[in-house]
Design a protein around this ligand. Sequence first.
Ligand code: ADP
Ligand code: MG
Length: 240
Amino acid sequence: MLEFIQIQKSYGATRVLSDISERVEAGEVVVVCGPSGSGKSTLIRTVNRLESIDSGRIIVNGQDVHAAGKDLNSLRAGIGFVFQQFNLFPHCSALENVMMAPMSVRGTTRAEAREQAQELLARVGLAHKSQCFPGELSGGQQQRVAIARTLAMKPPLILFDEPTSALDPEMVGEVLAVMKDLARQGMTMVCVTHEMGFAREVADKVWFLDAGRVLERATPEAFFNTPQHPRAQKFLSDTH
Ligand code: ADP
Ligand code: MG
């Protein structure tokens, strides 16, 4: 589903991604963790070309994402991305936020988009909030609308960049519950998150990034119980 092949990226003289070669199979859930500034956001943002790469290749569903001449809109339409900041349109209802992309990008009819959006809002537990504007919703509810909006494009792969980090603690659980639900239904997911409980419960693999390198890739059980790399050991003992 997703393959990084010898990815290198620098900002000026600073190397932020070093020789990254990793694979994600269809249906897998990968949790990416590591210290702040280790390159987690940069790495997942390269997948839908929110960031460029200096060398290497990224293959999503057989397509070379960074090949010249790729249509960015169609590329991004097939890769879901959930941000820390939800970026909902403030002047549109929850329902309209979910309806918009299928109508404008896929040419879905309004009636069809509406029906699908209703179903997706129900799936994230927000059927009763479909007419609310983002400002009338809590952070957790807004993030669930953002996930429904992503699902509306039926992406085979969803990337999450710290989707619960901007939330008040009492709202983290409701967003993780939606993500766990997606994981159990077989969605392919790459999640940058500090929620190690989520990693233990649903990840197939954990990647530990430090200074732009994947220093460890392991099952959650192995990673949390017997981390191999000293930096991973230190990261786990510092954070937990
Ligand atoms: P993480 O998500 O793990 O906290 P990032 O991917 O955001 O890390 O950042 C990795 C490194 O790249 C950091 O050293 C950061 O300061 C640097 N960086 C990120 N974005 C830029 C940018 N636009 N220009 C210069 N340096 C950047
Ligand atoms: Mg980040």
